[in-house]
Design a protein around this ligand. Sequence first.
Ligand code: PLP
Length: 410
Amino acid sequence: MNFTKNSANLTPIEDTVFAVVSKAKEAKAKFGADQVVDATIGSLYDEAGNLVAFKSVFDNYDKIKKEVKAAYASSFTGNPTFRQRVAEWTIGAADVKLAHSVIATPGGTGAVSMTFSDILEPGETVILPDIAWGSYALMATDKQLKAKKYKMFDGDKFNLTSFKETVLSVINDQNRICVVINDPCHNPTGYTMTRGEWDEVIAFMNECSKQVPCVILNDIAYIDYAYDLENSRKYMEAFNNISEQVMVVVAFSCSKTMTSYGLRCGAAILLAQSAESVRQAEIVFEKSARAIWSNIPNAAMDNFYQVTTEHYDDFMNEKAVYIDYLKQRSEIFKTEAEACSLPCYPYKEGFFVTIQIEDNDRRDRYHELLLANNIFTVKVNHGIRVAVCSLSIDKCKGLAARMKQYLDET
Ligand code: PLP
């Protein structure tokens, strides 16, 4: 007897990451950690193979009173200090002149998922990149949405042609358009769009918005690991040019920024030309928040506020150490990959480098061969993800050449 609704999809989640993670663990126990390359985990790890939990973040968290941890948040949209600080943190560094509001969410996941269901009607189509974080597709199905995918790349550039074609292919059948752009530090390729590419996206969405209202969901989960951190928000100034019929929802994740994945805190930042449009969206998003998760952990929001104000320097200095590790690890992998002609997507910054394999059958065979040789990675559409965020500098050395050798055998 099936007690779930008729439209429910009964196929279990195929969690490609966790399955390989446990295989890597087994291999380490059997052969010793030295013999295994575990490039599966998408969280930040230090050079000794431990999960990073920033001292500046968790020392402060530990000092928060138990009554504060126990209490409900003061509003369904989030604590006022948190909302204001998130706005300053994400868009404040750029000269963004739009009306805005912030809704606290359980991680970036909450922001993305809420945007899908509050913007589109069931049966409509959300537009996603073809190489992407797997949860987008799952969320689309969960909200009874269809998903159409644009090709991320044209050579080493953002594929504007495919992006436009994909939007145009659905525009006549929808009340609204919702496109997902995971930028900067795209998961899983590490691509970051140029300002010119953003300008073209905005100009195109403005054109489309003459037909239907358009929402750009800009998932910035990894932004705080951008290599040019100071200018990492600059591209958001392109948002100033959106038409009255375009809204941008920026999905922010404290999980990555603060290495606090388990505290389930993030935000949806709503941006539009008119305060009235923002207010309307805010009302709808607030009701969804109330209906689905009620409110966000009080102490997680207070912690974000305190760490990014009172402990700003300590936090930024600590994070900078790991941005530098990411730079070193990715640089070694990329340079060696270029030297041995291992094809990678155009990595600029971020947690992952992805090897380009157009044919997914070949990718599957390659992934198996890597597993058999104690190299643990994650399959993504048209590629193999190498998580440099959790791979030490030593483990990065020589890896590209080994991976190229196995690719040639596939
Ligand atoms: N967006 C991307 C691209 C991600 O990779 C992730 C997490 O892996 C998230 C958003 C959301 O993470 P969280 O819900 O923990 O903030």
